[in-house]
Design a protein around this ligand. Structure first.
Ligand code: ASP
Ligand code: MG
Length: 269
């Protein structure tokens, strides 16, 4: 194992397509990341939220089916572009997630009801799909660099236990640390690299929870604490820091250089 324990988190834009996933995988290997926490691919959590709203409407199932299709097609495209064979484990697992997601959407549609519990479960599919694809990208990158690292998929819900405030669950920190110590530490010490999901956790009863929008950074911080990481990296795939919010101001310019103090001021205002 490298000397330093490194937890790296990659946001939705870094999972955006196959090229982004490849680049993020190369970065992870180069950095010597031990645990990689990923967000859903960009736009997917929003689509899942739209899916919940659409499925609850009295209107026909068609509209919901269109959203479902958008979600599955975009993930299938990444799988294809990553060169993942349709008979591989990854493709089979991905397909199982699609089937489960469709069943859940149908259940919500039949009941015209999406409880906070069901809503969290629904949103968990974003990270579960992206992490599956990213694990494959990591394995490929490792083979390409002849690094032949032992890359493994980790269901973060086995470690990240939370209370049952669905939609804004809080980690049961002591339990998370205990589980990480028992389950992850021995494998991390022997050089295993884990790819896991941000944003999601699980109650003691086994129900899936989410930590709130943008919660993947928080997940990464909790996991970093639990494995006594030396470094926590939060990666994002944007052109840099701009003079102002480019979503609000079309003529925002990217800055070549910025001090920490200036960046902090920009963030505040
Ligand atoms: N995918 C979740 C969201 O869009 C969590 C995250 O990306 O941090 O809010
Ligand atoms: Mg984010």
């Amino acid at each position: 194992m490298n000397q330093k324990m490194i937890v790296s988190k990659f946001g939705g834009t870094s999972m955006g397509d196959a090229a982004c996933m490849r680049r993020s995988a190369e970065v992870s290997l180069k950095q010597g990341s031990n645990v990689i926490v990923v967000s859903a691919t960009s736009g997917t959590t929003n689509l899942l939220i739209e899916l919940a709203a659409s499925a609850q409407k009295k209107s026909a199932w068609d509209q919901t089916e269109i959203i479902l299709k958008k979600i599955t097609e975009s993930h299938l495209k990444i799988a294809r572009d990553l060169g993942i064979s349709t008979v591989s484990n990854t493709a089979v697992e991905l397909n199982l997630l699609f089937i489960e997601l469709e069943s859940l959407a149908k259940g919500i549609h039949l009941l015209k009801d999406c409880s906070a519990k069901a809503f969290d479960y629904l949103q968990s599919f974003g990270e579960r799909m992206s992490s599956l694809l990213f694990t494959d990208a990591m394995m490929q990158a490792s083979r390409k660099e002849k690094a032949t690292k032992d890359v493994r998929f980790l269901d973060s819900r086995t470690i990240l236990k939370t209370d049952d405030q669905f939609g804004r669950a809080r980690p049961l920190t002591e339990l998370v640390i205990n589980r990480a110590t028992d389950i992850l530490m021995p494998l991390l010490r022997s050089g295993v690299i884990f790819v896991t999901q941000g944003f999601i956790g699980e109650t003691l009863e086994g129900n899936t929870t989410t930590l709130g929008r943008g919660g993947s950074d928080y997940s990464a911080a909790i996991i970093a604490e639990a494995v006594s990481a030396d470094i926590l990296e939060i990666w994002t795939d944007v052109p840099g820091i701009a003079t102002t919010d480019p979503r609000l101001c079309a003529d925002a310019k990217s800055l070549k250089e910025i001090s920490f103090k200036e960046a902090s001021e920009l963030a505040t205002f």
